[in-house]
Design a protein around this ligand. Structure first.
Ligand code: COA
Length: 175
């Protein structure tokens, strides 16, 4: 796998690759990603999920992307919770990269590309993200892209059976 990174909107044809990654990454992601029902780990379950992500895209609440290296899907990057009202213009960013493709800068470059989508395509003014306090790789990815931590949300997410704090991150995109 090379070191070039692209992002594009997710497509129903990505279901098989995403299901295969999430089966392989099940143990490694357990501490960082919320538990999912059994269908999540099947191609059919992912196809249904992708349909609903694309419905969110059409409704203007989501920009659901995949991350590509050498034209292979290696992860997802999602601009979620889009609030397009003129006095808000903000959204939050979430992402994962499959184990074998980690540690090559893909997440860092994908977040940079998603910030451009948020600014240029979605016209947003503020980007937010949340990481686990112990998720140092994810925190590096955000810092490298100009995000700063601004607070802690207590008992904010159920991960691997316990409610975990979330470190909150922000980046102002435009005036
Ligand atoms: C977090 C994640 C997206 C990072 O993806 P990636 O493609 O490996 O990220 P990158 O290679 O762009 O950057 C990783 C950074 O973490 C650093 N890093 C890696 N392991 C580290 C560790 N144990 N401690 C501190 N820093 C570490 C790398 O050096 C790099 O930083 P640098 O750019 O300053 O050198 C990926 O590990 C992942 O999907 N994890 C599981 C799901 C998850 O955590 N999602 C995010 C939830 S907020």
């Amino acid at each position: 796998m090379g070191n070039s990174t692209r992002i594009r909107l997710i497509d129903p044809g990505d279901a098989a690759a995403i299901a295969a990654h999430r089966v392989r990454d099940f143990e490694a992601f357990r501490r960082w990603e919320p538990a999912q029902p059994a269908e999540f780990f099947t191609e059919q379950g992912q196809a249904t999920r992708i349909d609903s992500l694309l419905a969110g895209y059409r409704a203007g609440t989501l920009w659901p992307g995949v991350v590509l290296a050498d034209d292979q899907v290696i992860g997802q990057i999602t601009v979620g919770g889009i609030l397009p009202q003129p006095h808000l213009r903000r959204a939050s960013l979430g992402y994962w990269i499959t184990g074998p493709a980690q540690g090559r800068g893909h997440a860092g470059r994908a977040v940079g590309l998603a910030v451009r989508v948020m600014t240029d395509d979605l016209g947003l003014h503020r980007a937010e993200a949340s990481t686990n306090l112990e998720n140092l790789p994810s925190q590096r990815v955000l810092r490298r892209n100009g995000f700063s931590p601004y607070g802690v949300a207590h008992a904010a997410i159920l991960l691997d059976g316990s409610w975990r704090d979330g470190l909150l991150w922000e980046r102002i995109l435009s005036d």
